[in-house]
Design a protein around this ligand. Structure first.
Ligand SMILES: [Fe+2]
Length: 202
């Protein structure tokens, strides 16, 4: 069975007033994410040993295997984007009370959490991702990965929130200003309600 690109959980113009325009989402979801899905399906079609496996299984079995680098890149990018869409919201930026308390308890303040997340996002050299995860020791952790890697792939923890910091994520709206894109995400777009639900169900 082939993988498919699920629709966005909101319309392509739903975030336009919050700094992520329709063109960005049409390109990012409809072209970039679709291209990873199409490429992954092509790779699976040519390799029977990969058939019938879940996306997560494909990511884990291909990580670190030089012969399966294209599988890892495309499966990883599809998974990362799937979680990224959940991390965006047309009512983003509002932090639920319990989640806010947890952020303050672990980072000292919401501002410190945002500052640390911004540092991870802006210091990821080249293409990659910034993540808030629930680590194996039960603590919240901010981390970053390059290219298609992720906390699912490297075992760093359960993902609660993610920001795509590939240039294709922000160039239409913010040109080369990644720090402004990160600030805007944390203030107006980040789906902290989804993060809080993921934490609760962990
Ligand atoms: Fe992306």
């Amino acid at each position: 069975m082939s993988f498919i690109l699920p629709p966005l959980p909101f319309s392509t113009n739903a975030l336009a007033a919050r700094g992520m325009c329709q063109e960005t989402l049409e390109l990012h979801h409809g072209k970039h994410n679709q291209a990873y899905v199409t490429a992954l399906n092509g790779l699976i079609e040519k390799n029977p040993s990969l058939q019938g496996k879940s996306l997560e299984e494909l990511i884990r079995l291909s990580r670190g295997n030089p012969e399966l680098t294209p599988v890892f890149n495309n499966a990883g990018q599809h998974w990362n984007h799937s979680v990224f869409w959940q991390s965006l919201s047309p009512t983003g930026g509002g932090i639920p009370g319990n989640f806010e308390k947890r952020l303050i308890a672990e980072f000292g303040s919401v501002d410190k959490f945002k500052a640390d997340f911004k540092t991870a996002s802006t210091t990821q050299f080249g293409s990659g991702w910034a993540w808030l995860v629930l680590a194996g020791d039960g603590k919240l952790k901010i981390t970053k990965t390059g290219n298609a890697d992720s906390p699912l792939a490297n075992g760093e923890g359960k993902v609660l929130l993610v920001l795509d910091v590939w240039e294709h994520a922000y160039y239409v709206d913010f040109r080369n200003r990644r720090p402004d894109f990160v600030d805007n995400f944390l203030a107006k777009v980040a789906n902290y309600e989804d993060a809080a639900q993921k934490l609760q169900s962990a």
